[in-house]
Write a protein that binds this ligand. Structure first.
Ligand code: GDP
Length: 175
């Protein structure tokens, strides 16, 4: 069995659903109780990638912040992939994705100097009150070098495992 270890960062504004996403992905449950993340949360998920390959994902979920903050370099160190998440009902959380992605690209690079694979997740797509259109997400995702973007609902378990598989697939390609 071949074993891959991947450090993956989950970044984005506070309350967009990062902690519940990690919780759902790792434990398979939706945690609907608001919990302010204190410091850096770290979760482990083992993924059977193929018959011969196993991937151990270290998921780093940052401290709950209302707004964008520049993260310490040490947090980015050794990261191989990243999830930038926003809330589709919250326009400013979408606008801040630009800052999050720039901070990432300034501080986390692959050994060859390329930026690390990063996926953009539009969370809470189960809610009716959308504030960001699919067209603007698509345009932003292409202009800012994301692998792709996907709508997710951690609440309804939509695209949680799928988005992580897509990211891991991209990481495997660039390794
Ligand atoms: P974080 O600060 O980014 O880690 O956000 P949390 O994971 O703490 O989530 C903030 C709030 O959004 C919590 O009350 C969650 O239950 C809720 N939430 C997370 N994902 C979804 C979702 O897909 N749909 C809905 N409706 N609520 C969600």
């Amino acid at each position: 069995m071949e074993d891959h270890l991947m450090k993956i960062l989950i970044i984005g504004d506070g309350e967009v659903g990062k902690s519940t996403f990690v919780h759902r992905y790792v434990k398979g449950k939706f945690n609907d109780q608001y919990r302010m993340t204190l410091g850096v949360d770290f979760a482990l998920k083992v993924l059977q990638w193929s018959e011969k390959e196993q991937v151990r994902l270290q998921l780093w979920d940052i401290a709950g912040q209302e707004r964008f903050i520049s993260m310490a370099r040490v947090y980015y160190k050794g990261a191989l992939g990243c999830v930038v998440m926003f809330d589709v009902t919250n326009k400013s959380s979408f606008h801040h994705c630009h800052n999050w992605k720039q901070d990432l690209d300034n501080k986390a690079l692959l050994p060859n100097g390329d930026s690390i694979p990063c996926i953009l997740l539009a969370n809470k797509c189960d809610l009716p009150e959308r504030a960001v259109s699919a067209d603007s997400i698509d345009e932003f995702s292409k202009a800012n070098g994301f692998v792709t973007w996907m709508e997710t609902s951690v609440k309804e378990n939509k695209n949680v495992g799928e988005s992580m598989r897509r990211l891991v697939q991209e990481i495997m390609l660039v390794q």
